[in-house]
Ligand binder design. Structure first.
Ligand code: NAD
Length: 525
């Protein structure tokens, strides 16, 4: 059994620190009936929550934000202890993202939920007033991965709650304590216990959540599990958001600043030990600056300090578990066997612990190698050169994934033009990854990277279903399209269609006359 966790006979999940292998603690494995009961409690509590004015729900989110801000060090320490990332990253990519996500809700949620007037263009419908309302689904199930154990489920849960939903969250079996921190903070902020419940466990507990009476699921994780989730959801017509893997390309154009682009590539590939869905997983550099770029990346990779994330001097923490490290090792070995050059790293660092892998720079990679096709999810920066912008775009788009991408150039408009040609949910010009920290930006991918969006206005829309209410302004009038059919009705409709859609003005006037005349000859019942 994997060294990181083990399900014991008495149904406890033991959680280990990936840097030290020390036991952090254990959490219960929720059985299917316990998951179903949690969902039932959430369902019972949700209507009262949804009935509260939005400002009351937001007041709670504001209190949560204050508590998190005050307890940022304690929360980031929990994240680092079970996910391995450096403390500074736990603050910058987790706590800060959640604080800003909460602020986005405070600034936008109330206006978003205002009834929206829907004007009608069709002449026949002018005497009706349309209004779009946004209704909470009810109970959201959230299943989360271990790589961003705080920012991912927290922003999703806060958004769902702000919209009037209840949440049952199944965190990764590798990082449950971070989700328990979220639960604690929300309860301390005054949220009723049933409105956000954490059900700990591994895949089976996630499967049980999918079968329970939730109204919508947000799944974040691998493509393989995402497909299983989609199948289970399809069987019961459960709406799902799937935030899946990525193989994000970075394109460095001939006019890019090599110093800036190489720093971005090194950070983009090695941050969180490369275990980021938005990591730079493929790097394409114009041939005119290729060697210079590689030299800069080699020097910068050499300066990075792998170690325990709890040490403030650490740049790169451990990988989450040995299975993840084995994938990275296999991808590097495959690339080397097919002709890639290792310019830095290339192997595990067993002297630091079983989960450490050296920051690795590979040159001259090709699309025949696994490292350019499959999600590596480790501290590897594979680089190859290109000759033309068209070739770079073709290489970037030659992937089954489509989460995000980046373009580096000295010419912003050239970068923005190229961005339009890349098939990905997000394209950044002259930066990487940080789109996840822009709360207004929709997060999500196309192709195998998933379905749906979280964050920003699209993220709000996913948490509600649209209800259209139409109110007729002439309640005492029978409608022209009701029964009372016959030749006159047909003639009325012919004239009406001509009035609305023929281009010729004379025909339109004739159509209007025909329609009115026919209508007057009808007897509606
Ligand atoms: P994973 O698919 O192994 O597990 C994700 C979650 O699903 C865990 O909580 C797990 O317990 C649960 N699970 C496993 N089997 C299940 C089943 N049959 N039914 C229901 N739930 C089940 O993924 P992981 O290793 O935890 O995370 C890494 C992956 O997540 C990478 O592919 C990464 O790209 C992806 N990811 C995507 C995003 C995004 O926003 N697109 C963000 C972070 C991570």
């Amino acid at each position: 059994m994997n060294a990181i966790h083990a399900e014991l006979a008495h149904e406890q999940l033991v959680v280990l620190n990936p840097a030290t292998q020390e036991t952090i603690g254990s959490v219960p494995v929720f059985a299917p009936d316990e998951v179903a009961a949690a969902v039932e409690r959430a369902r019972a509590a949700q209507p009262l929550w949804a009935a509260k004015p939005i400002r009351e729900r937001l007041a709670l989110i504001r209190r949560f934000q204050e508590l998190l801000c005050a307890q940022k060090d304690a929360v980031s320490a929990v994240i680092t202890r079970e996910a391995g990332k450096p403390l500074g990253e736990a603050l910058s990519t987790e706590v800060l993202v959640v604080l800003d996500g909460a602020q986005y809700l405070l600034d936008n949620a109330a206006e978003f939920l205002l009834p929206e007037h829907v004007p009608h263009a069709n002449l026949a419908m002018k005497l009706k007033r349309g209004t779009l309302l946004r209704e909470p689904y009810g109970v959201f199930g959230i299943i989360s991965p271990w790589n961003y154990p705080f920012s991912l489920p927290s922003v999703q849960a806060l958004t769902a709650l702000a919209m009037g939903n209840a949440v049952v969250l199944k965190p990764s079996e590798f990082t449950p304590f971070t989700s328990l921190e979220l639960q604690r903070l929300l309860r301390d902020a005054g949220l009723s216990a049933d409105l956000l419940q954490v059900v700990t466990g591994a895949g089976a507990t996630g499967g049980a959540l999918l079968q329970a009476k939730i109204d919508k699921m947000i799944f974040t994780g691998s493509v393989a599990t995402g497909k299983k989730v989609a199948q289970a959801a399809a069987a019961r017509l459960l709406p799902v958001i799937l935030e899946l893997g990525g193989k994000d390309p970075m394109i460095v154009l001939d006019d890019a600043d090599v110093d800036v682009a190489s720093s971005a590539a090194v950070w983009g590939a090695f941050m969180n030990a490369g275990q980021t869905c938005l990591s730079v997983e493929r790097c394409y550099v114009h041939e005119s600056i290729y060697e210079k770029f590689l030299a800069a990346c080699t020097a910068k990779a050499g300066k990075l300090r792998p170690g325990n994330g709890a040490d403030p001097n650490t740049d790169i923490g451990p990988m989450i578990h040995a299975r993840q490290l084995a994938t990275v090792k296999a991808h590097v070995q495959d690339a080397v066997a097919r002709g890639a050059r290792v310019l830095a790293g290339g192997a595990p660092l067993p002297q630091l612990g079983p989960n450490f892998f050296a920051p690795t720079l590979l040159a001259d990679v090709t699309h025949q190698m696994d490292i350019m096709r499959e999600e590596t999810f480790g501290p590897v920066l594979p680089v190859c050169s290109f000759k033309t912008d068209d070739e770079a775009v073709a290489l970037a788009n030659d992937s089954e994934f489509g989460l995000a991408a980046s373009v580096f150039t000295g010419n912003k408009s050239r970068g923005e033009q190229l961005a339009r040609r890349i098939n990905a949910g997000t394209v950044m010009v002259n930066d990487v990854i940080c789109c996840f920290g822009i709360s207004e930006a929709p997060h999500g991918g196309i192709k195998a990277s998933g379905i749906g969006r979280t964050h920003g206005r699209y993220g709000l829309e996913e948490m509600v279903w649209p209800k259209y209410v139409d109110s007729d302004q002439m309640p005492k009038m029978k409608k022209l399209w009701w029964y009372g059919y016959g030749p006159a009705f047909r003639s009325q409709m012919q004239g009406f269609i001509e009035l609305l859609f023929t281009r010729n003005l004379t025909n339109r006037v004739r159509g209007a006359a025909k329609s009115i005349q026919s209508y007057l000859g009808r007897k509606l019942f």
